[in-house]
Design a protein around this ligand. Structure first.
Ligand SMILES: [Zn+2]
Length: 154
């Protein structure tokens, strides 16, 4: 004799859980929501940061920021990045002493790159060169030199 109650409910379908964050949507951070809304992040939640020396205009390096890194950069006066190799926030200079004091931060036209202007202490590059690009010229064809009129270059 069966004691099964006909009213037993069928197995419930999996309850709708909170949707996983879609790619490029970071967890809540201390970043100003108005700024956060303007960012166009990579699929891993990062925005490229071009770092320029305030005094000379030289491009020092390229790094990446997540929302927390940008928030820290905007509010602490110290350039802070996301280290893709270490998988953690990286406040420039904490281990090397080669601190970057932030002078300004701008977002580019389509929101996927930042221009961070800094006062650099010591070399910007971890290899010890002043910028990450010093001594690493790839020898691109200089069209002005190749095709230019004689006398173009003093
Ligand atoms: Zn470098």
């Amino acid at each position: 004799m069966s004691t099964t109650t006909p009213a037993d409910p069928p197995a419930a379908p999996p309850a709708a859980t909170s949707a996983p964050s879609s790619p490029g949507t970071p967890p809540p951070s201390s970043l100003d929501p108005e700024v956060a809304a303007r960012l166009r992040r990579t699929s891993d939640g990062l925005v490229a940061a071009v770092v320029q020396e305030h005094g000379t205009g030289d491009v020092l390096m390229l790094a990446w920021m997540d929302d927390e890194a940008l928030a820290a950069t905007l509010t602490t006066g110290r350039a802070t990045y996301w280290s893709r190799s270490r998988g953690e926030l990286w406040r420039k200079g904490d281990t090397s002493g080669h601190v970057q004091h932030v002078r300004s931060v701008a977002l580019d036209c389509d929101g996927d790159a930042l221009l961070v202007r800094v006062d650099q202490v010591g070399p910007a590059c971890h290899t010890g060169t002043r910028t990450c690009f010093d001594g690493r010229d790839l020898g691109a064809l200089d069209v002005a030199t190749a095709d230019g009129e004689p006398g173009d270059h003093p």
